[in-house]
Design a protein around this ligand. Structure first.
Ligand code: PLP
Length: 422
């Protein structure tokens, strides 16, 4: 293929024709006709919600639901009872209400757009009060103050980085204030001399003054991660109960579904978001709606920890992880490498539960000639690509984030990589 591209260029030069573009670009474009650049990889990093690797893998039911509505037509915006136009938002509302206890719910493209839509439709041209300890950057350049500016709401900062009191919010409220905003510090921890009001206190203040309380909880846990040895995350249903008027969260973090941003809360507030022109710009497509509905159904049926991959990985038992790591190490040794099972930490990732990990076992491989980077690169370039971690000069493979159904595929890729670095 490279030769064909170069032949074309030589030919063009000989004819004195203008050169269309950089040969490297031409080569990349031609390669794209043979293989799509976006493809599956095996995540052996032990980071469950790896943002660069596509965050949450979907359940079999969610994938089947996407397939079913993608093959042909669907009742995406069609009311089958009345035979007339319906709303794409209707497919999720019942589940969202049932699972969170909220009056209404809507799902859009991601949580960043849900927050932008909430601020644009509920606070544009007005002030929104937020603690200085919550003016966070989530990652990928997504900063709360920038989103505020985009929405046309005016940011009013109160308190300090480490301590903010209810009275700080109360003193900042003017005739122009539309809402109080709380943002969960998803990806960092402030420890030591700290203070943030409880959500109930903020809700009481907001409602006494006729304002809305918006709560961006980030990850959007519907299940408590603490029984699995992790720290607490704000639960969506707790925020609703505590008095937040709109609670915002992601679909593809701890919820374990497709990329989406979900807003649940008071009917009039959600209705205002739905009617805003931005709602059309950030709406979800039919496949994501199908996958999100199937994911939410797992929670409704009480089967989330056994069907949703993110929760299965969190709940994976140590003995089976160790068994798989041992099998992987055996395979590496059989391929001529030095390998053993080592204790490790799997991480949640995706800006959820920073500083916390799950006890794990990994397969640690001594790369031939000590070239861990070279072995990791070989694994990345294999088919399928395997993404590993390097620790203390060894390549670490964590079974927690690899579906056990993929073990044979992973071992074949590992053997091929080891054969090529030797
Ligand atoms: C992750 C996160 C977001 C952004 O969510 P996306 O779904 O990635 O757009 C917004 N707010 C908080 C608090 C987050 O943790």
């Amino acid at each position: 293929m490279a030769r064909a591209v170069l032949d074309d260029y030589r030919d063009a030069i000989r004819r004195g024709a203008p050169l269309a573009e950089d040969p490297a670009h031409a080569l990349a474009d031609r390669a794209a006709t043979l293989e799509v650049s976006l493809r599956p990889v095996l995540n052996a990093t032990g980071v469950i919600l790896h943002t660069n690797l596509g965050r949450a893998p979907l359940s079999d039911a969610a994938i089947e639901a996407m397939r079913a509505v993608s093959r042909g037509y669907s009742n995406l915006e069609f009311d089958l009872d009345g035979g007339e136009r319906g709303s794409r938002f209707a497919h999720l509302e019942g589940l969202l209400r049932r699972l969170t206890g909220a009056e209404a719910g809507i799902a859009v493209n991601n949580n960043a757009s849900a927050l932008l839509l909430a601020l644009s439709s509920l606070a544009r041209g007005h002030e929104v009060v937020i603690s200085r300890g919550q003016l966070v950057e989530i990652g990928g350049g997504f900063r709360i103050p920038d989103v505020m500016r985009q929405s046309g709401a005016t940011l009013v900062e109160v308190g300090t980085t480490n301590r903010t009191y209810v009275r700080d919010y109360a003193e900042a409220i003017t005739d122009d204030t539309a809402a109080l905003l709380r943002v969960h510090a998803s990806n960092f921890r402030v420890v030591g001399f700290t203070e943030q009001p409880r959500l109930e206190e903020l809700g009481a203040l907001a409602h006494e003054r006729g304002l809305l309380l918006l709560d961006d909880v980030g990850s959007g846990a519907l299940l408590d991660p603490r029984p699995y040895g992790l720290g607490g995350e704000p639960l969506v249903q707790d925020s609703v109960r505590a008095g937040a008027d709109v609670v915002l969260f992601s679909g593809d973090k701890l919820l374990g579904g497709p990329q989406a941003g979900i807003a649940v809360g008071r009917r009039d507030a959600i209705e205002a978001m739905r009617r805003h022109p931005l709602a059309r710009a950030v709406r979800l497509d039919k496949a994501s709606i199908a996958a999100l509905a199937a994911t939410l159904q797992h929670y409704a049926r009480g089967e989330a920890t056994t069907t949703i991959p993110v929760w299965r990985m969190i709940a994976a038992d140590a003995a089976s992880l160790r068994r798989r790591a041992r099998r992987w190490a055996q395979a590496a040794r059989a391929a001529g490498a030095t390998a053993e099972v080592v204790p490790a930490r799997s991480m949640i990732g995706g800006g959820s539960l920073p500083e916390e990990g799950l006890d794990a076992f990994a397969c640690a491989i001594e790369a031939p000639g000590g070239a861990a980077q070279a072995l990791a690169a070989r694994l990345r370039r294999g088919a399928p690509a395997v993404i590993a971690r390097i620790e203390d000069g060894r390549v670490l493979l964590d079974p927690r984030t690899v579906d056990p159904r993929e073990d044979a595929t992973l071992l074949a890729a590992l053997r091929a990589a080891l054969a090529s670095v030797r």
